[in-house]
Ligand binder design. Structure first.
Ligand code: ZN
Length: 208
């Protein structure tokens, strides 16, 4: 299906993590579609001992930014690691799309995430099994690797698609030389660019 040309994607910085002295940004992405406003991942809104110990984070929660929480119609979680779902509670009552496998793993595996952030009061998931066309020209595509239940959002633009990839690659090198099923799948889409959660700029294929 051809997508309207008017789909836009905006990155929003919601945290900085510090890993071995290196700053690692955490971005979420807003997709403005003619039929609705979609938020991909939700960052973090509060500190938690487990996260502080690992990342000494600095937070810029959506709830403390000039951001219209009520204007979001649909939330998508690429996966449920703590730095991607910590703001889910801000969207209680709105549909939050996640792969069923990811939700099962987050609820059942030890040391996977911060479980009370996943199942915060009022949070309602729409479990997805495989690919799903969420809106015209906008689909969810499983991309296992970083986690088994990882998914990405693929936006048709008329030319090469644009991908909102979460942690399908944590840094550019992982897409330059794809290894996981998810990375290979994203590359096979021949995307124009791929937005990632932990990079400031989108990844682009190197022109030969
Ligand atoms: Zn992750």
């Amino acid at each position: 299906m051809n997508a309207p040309a008017s789909i836009t994607i905006s990155p929003i910085l919601v945290a900085d993590l510090f890993v071995e002295g290196e700053r690692m940004p955490v971005y979420v992405h807003v997709i403005d579609h003619p039929n609705g406003r979609i938020l991909v991942d939700t960052g973090m809104t509060e500190l938690h001992p487990a996260v502080v110990a690992a990342f000494s984070p600095r937070l810029y929660p959506l709830s403390k930014q000039d951001f219209d929480l009520a204007g979001i119609d649909i939330v998508v979680n690429t996966h449920l690691h703590a730095d991607h779902c910590g703001g889910n509670h801000l969207f209680a009552g709105k549909p939050i799309y996640v792969q069923r496998r990811e939700l099962d793993n987050a609820r059942n595996e030890d040391d996977y995430t911060i479980r009370e952030w996943v199942d915060a009061p009022g949070v309602e998931y729409v479990p997805v099994d495989g690919e799903l066309e969420l809106l015209p020209g906008l689909r969810l595509v499983p991309a296992p690797g970083h986690t088994a239940g990882m998914q990405v959002v693929v936006v048709e633009t008329g030319g090469h698609p644009v991908v909102v990839g979460g942690d399908v690659a944590v840094w550019f090198g992982e897409l330059d030389e794809p290894q996981t099923e998810g990375q290979l799948r994203v590359r096979a889409l021949d995307p124009e660019l791929v937005w990632l959660a932990h990079e400031h700029e989108p990844w682009r294929p190197r022109t030969a």
